[in-house]
Design a protein around this ligand. Structure first.
Ligand code: GLA
Length: 387
């Protein structure tokens, strides 16, 4: 839907009049660097061209009213008691952002907001980060008239998710959504938020995202369990390496020398994945800069295998997609993207092979799993912005 039709929809839902504002922020696909962000490691996500658009208008009272183009829900919340809405089925990301901004002293005012989301919900492409970042940008800009530092907006989104929604996530998704750049990936160090936009010279290759369409359950508890295992591994390593502050700081060589300190074998496997994945991210940046897509594809494959065997967050659906993708001659790399346990894979596929790829992967997946996957052929797009 274009902005004019969205504004018309806004007026038919909330009434005519007043000045309308528009904001957008995308979802993301992580190219490589999975489960490294909350370990102070490095990641390489890109913003995608699917995302959230908001049409907004100030109100004269203290209410924040939310609607969406694809949902029947209507949320009317009082800005003076935002903690009352934490468990509503839709709207908690938005109200969480308002809550954090108010706590930070931003004079958020009452407003009507219409959300238009094109990122599939719950599909592992961070539709939630797109909503959080677009909302934070919108509320901040309407309150102050200024364009914020988008890195701060990313942090507000992450805090809303941790402190309000209750998901103990890292910073990758919100950072990619806020800071994405067209035709670039974002090489981010999650320890100090230093970053570099890395040009994606994909030539004849396309980024193909495939959604398992699996209904995910228990993902939050499994995610938090992995975080706990990494913290345990770090604690054991710190007994002999007191200055080590996160697993992301370890080189594979240092890890080999010290892995015996980690008492539990499962925690040691999780930590090995994190350390080796960070090394793969750094190597990916080098090969991408030199245009060596074949080597990057191999690193993507290694990343998936490590997430399957060491980190154990893939599962039958993601593995089936990746195995089918790798059988295609036009595909040079395929891996799960995001938290795992369902969600999406990302594959690099030659442009003239994309049709055969989607047809064959879809057939094999449907035969084995019993329902069809969905495909999105996307490119790296811009991050959060005022429209
Ligand atoms: C989810 C989280 C991110 C990151 C990934 C795994 O998307 O929101 O912070 O931890 O999982 O890499």
């Amino acid at each position: 839907m274009d902005i004019t039709s969205l504004k018309n929809t806004f007026c038919s839902l909330f009434g005519e009049g007043g000045e309308l504002f528009a904001y957008a922020s995308p979802g993301r696909v992580n190219l490589i660097g999975e489960h490294t962000d909350y370990n102070g490691g490095v990641v390489l996500p890109a913003a995608i061209t699917l995302g959230t658009t908001i049409i907004a208008r100030k109100r004269s009272d203290n209410k924040i009213c939310l609607r969406a183009t694809d949902l029947p829900d209507y949320v009317e919340a009082d800005l003076s008691c935002l903690s009352a809405y934490k468990n509503i089925p839709w709207g908690n990301y938005q109200l969480g952002v308002a809550d954090i901004l108010l706590k930070d002293g931003v004079p958020v005012s009452g407003c009507d907001l219409l959300f238009h989301d094109t990122t599939p919900h719950g599909g592992g492409l961070s539709s939630s980060a797109g909503i959080e970042v677009a909302t934070a940008l919108c509320l901040y800009h309407m309150a102050t008239g200024k364009m914020p530092d988008m890195r701060e907006i990313a942090k507000v989104g992450q805090r809303a998710e941790i402190e309000y929604v209750g998901v103990n996530c890292g910073i990758m998704d919100q950072f990619a959504s806020a800071m994405g750049k067209e035709n670039h990936a974002i090489f981010l160090c999650c320890k100090d938020l230093s970053y570099e936009a890395v040009p994606l010279f994909l030539g004849e290759y396309r980024i193909v995202i495939t959604n398992t369409n699996k209904k995910r359950s228990l993902i939050t508890s499994k995610y938090n369990e992995r975080r706990g295992e990494c913290e345990k591994a770090l604690g054991d390593l710190q007994t002999a390496m007191p200055s080590l502050s996160c697993l992301g700081d370890l080189s594979p060589e240092e890890f080999e020398k010290n892995v015996h300190l980690i008492k539990d074998a499962t925690c040691a496997r999780r930590a090995r994945h994190v350390v080796e994945e960070c090394a793969r991210v750094k190597e990916s940046v080098n090969v991408l800069k030199s245009g060596d897509l074949a080597s990057f594809g191999k690193l993507m494959n290694d990343s998936h295998d490590s997430l399957r065997d060491l980190y154990e967050v893939t599962g039958e659906e993601l593995d089936t997609l990746v195995n089918a993708a790798r059988m295609e001659s036009g595909c040079i790399g395929s891996r799960m993207t995001g938290a795992g346990f369902g969600g999406c894979t990302v594959s690099l596929v030659k442009g003239d092979s994309v049709d055969a790829f989607t047809e064959n992967v879809s057939r094999i997946y449907t035969e084995k799993i019993g329902y069809a996957p969905s495909f999105y052929i996307t490119s790296a797009g811009d991050g959060g912005r005022i429209l």
